[in-house]
Design a protein around this ligand. Structure first.
Ligand code: NI
Length: 140
């Protein structure tokens, strides 16, 4: 996302109930103020919007947490990454304790194809938690 070098202030009208809920969300998420929260929400929407453009180039990472004792999981994980080898830039594996592993996969490619890769990885049996985080690569 292109960063702006100047800030512009603008007013937002909102009904009391919606604003109350928003303020609760701000506290819950740990934002310092409403402006920071609004900026983050707008960025999130804009990133989501790029998913509509199937050719949009994006880069980021897929994180998955799993128990490596789960039968067949490692094989599945490796096999899927090989299927998408042209989009996988690097993989880092961290042994968190005797059972739990964290695998961080750095990816670059078309938004919709990476979404497919992420869906496949996160749906492997035994994956406890996954996170898919990418941002558009803006051509200047
Ligand atoms: Ni491990």
């Amino acid at each position: 996302m292109r960063e702006s070098s100047s800030l512009t202030r603008f007013g937002v009208s909102m009904d009391d109930q919606l604003l109350k809920s928003f303020d609760e969300l701000i506290i819950e998420k740990g934002y310092k103020n409403r402006s920071e929260a609004v900026r983050d929400l707008v960025r999130e929407v804009l990133v989501k919007e790029t998913w509509n453009d199937k050719d949009q180039l994006v880069a980021g990472s897929i994180q998955i947490f799993y128990d490596h004792h789960q039968r067949g999981l490692i094989e599945n994980l490796t096999s899927i990454q090989h299927d998408y080898h042209h989009m996988v830039l690097a993989t880092t594996h961290i042994h968190l304790d005797n059972h739990n592993c964290l695998e961080m996969i750095v990816v670059k490619g078309k938004a919709n194809e990476l979404q497919q890769l992420s869906n496949q990885l996160l749906s492997i049996k035994g994956v406890n938690y996954g996170n898919f985080s990418v941002t558009p690569i803006v051509v200047k």
